[in-house]
Design a protein around this ligand. Structure first.
Ligand SMILES: Cc1ncc(COP(=O)(O)O)c(C=O)c1O
Length: 359
């Protein structure tokens, strides 16, 4: 059975939009896309050099090649989207029939899987994380109904911070073979001490991995994220993607970050973030009012406070905003603290100490 048999039949059957860029080739006079023939007025010099009057390449080969090298897959095994959010949305649209199919997820986890399922009219089958915030692999492997077409695993998980082992991912992919795609969201994997699941794609045709330049690569504003998966899944999703998803300045920023110099800077920053995460975890554990700091493999800490609403309010007054994740199942009393610069982290700690002293 081809993995494509899991996709919605109407998506398999439909004709994709043919973008004007495909037929442009080496043409000197481009009159096929109703674009303006001159650069936009009022843009800065560096933007003027980017031909912003022209539609961008739907999937620029230079960026595909760079990301393929970075992630260790073929360039036909990558879909670049507007953040990994777009890839999540496209997967749900392509594989879940409204009112019939479902996604599986393990709450508390990243909210966009549920949002995309709701927009598509797909049901949600939830297998909650266990008491230690680990994925319940047995239940996922043994109890998911046939309606599930996509199993989302977030590793490291947002907002709790723990990774799912490659052995567990393999087991789930095997159990779902012929039934569902398993999508491992690795938005934070650069901060983790585990290898990426992308190395499993070659052996598991029903496995996909989400990566992003938004976190470790400091490019959240550029909106560049990817799905890594078998070439036929990538080709299917390209069919339903809007024709010109990647803004030219974003592609240019991504290519600049992925040069040798850019990578050296990024590696240093990742090391710094990990060191700061450990410093903060140790300092927080010693603070009065802190009940629990979850072990984290990401660039954030999930922390349980005696009085999280008060801490949250006091921090806002002090000009520091963190994420209140208390509404997530199993996370009552928790706040999620992103790791910032050393100075920002120290400021957060000072405010927490002052707040406790005043309480
Ligand atoms: C686990 C996870 N996946 C995906 C995303 C979306 O990232 P992107 O900026 O690539 O859309 C986020 C953003 O916070 C996230 O936490």
């Amino acid at each position: 059975m081809s993995v494509l048999e899991l996709a919605r039949p109407e998506i398999l059957a439909m004709q994709a939009y043919s973008s004007a860029r495909r037929e442009a080739g080496q043409a000197e006079v481009m009159l096929n896309a109703n674009e303006a023939p001159w650069p936009p007025a009022g843009t800065q010099t560096d933007l003027r050099a980017m031909s912003l009057n022209r539609y961008p390449d739907p999937q620029p080969q230079a960026l595909l090649d760079r990301l393929a090298e970075l992630y260790g897959v073929g360039s036909d095994q990558i879909l670049i989207g507007r953040g990994s959010d777009e890839a999540i949305d496209l997967l749900v649209r392509a594989f879940c029939r409204p009112g019939v199919d479902a996604i599986a997820l393990s709450p508390p986890t990243f909210g966009m899987y549920a949002v995309c399922a709701a927009v598509q009219g797909a049901a949600r089958i939830e297998t909650p994380l266990d008491a230690q915030f680990g994925v319940d692999v047995d239940t996922i492997c043994e109890s998911l109904p046939d309606s599930v077409k996509l199993v989302f695993l977030c590793s490291p998980n947002n907002p709790t911070g723990a990774c799912t082992s490659l052995a567990a991912i393999k087991r789930i992919a095997d159990a779902m073979h012929g039934r569902a795609l398993v999508i491992v969201d690795e938005a934070y994997v650069e901060f983790a001490d585990v290898a990426s699941a992308s190395r499993l794609i070659a052996r598991h045709e029903n496995l996909g991995v989400l990566r992003t330049l938004s976190k470790a690569w400091a490019l959240a504003g550029a909106r560049i994220g990817c799905l890594l998966a078998g070439a036929e899944i990538i080709a299917l999703l390209r069919k339903i993607m809007p024709p010109y998803p990647l803004p030219t300045p974003s592609v240019s920023a991504a290519l600049a970050a992925l040069t040798a110099d850019g990578m050296a800077v990024t590696r240093q920053r990742i090391a710094l973030t990990i060191a700061e995460r450990e410093r903060m975890a140790n300092a927080l554990k010693r603070l009065p009012g802190v009940l629990e700091v979850l072990p984290s493999q990401a660039n954030f800490l999930c922390v349980r406070f005696e009085d999280a609403p008060r801490i949250y309010r006091n921090l806002i007054i002090a000009g520091v905003v963190v994420r209140d994740v208390g509404r997530y199942p199993g996370l009552g009393g928790f706040l999620r603290l992103s790791i910032g610069t050393r100075e920002e982290n120290s400021r957060l700690l000072e405010r927490l100490i002052q707040g406790e002293a005043a309480a």
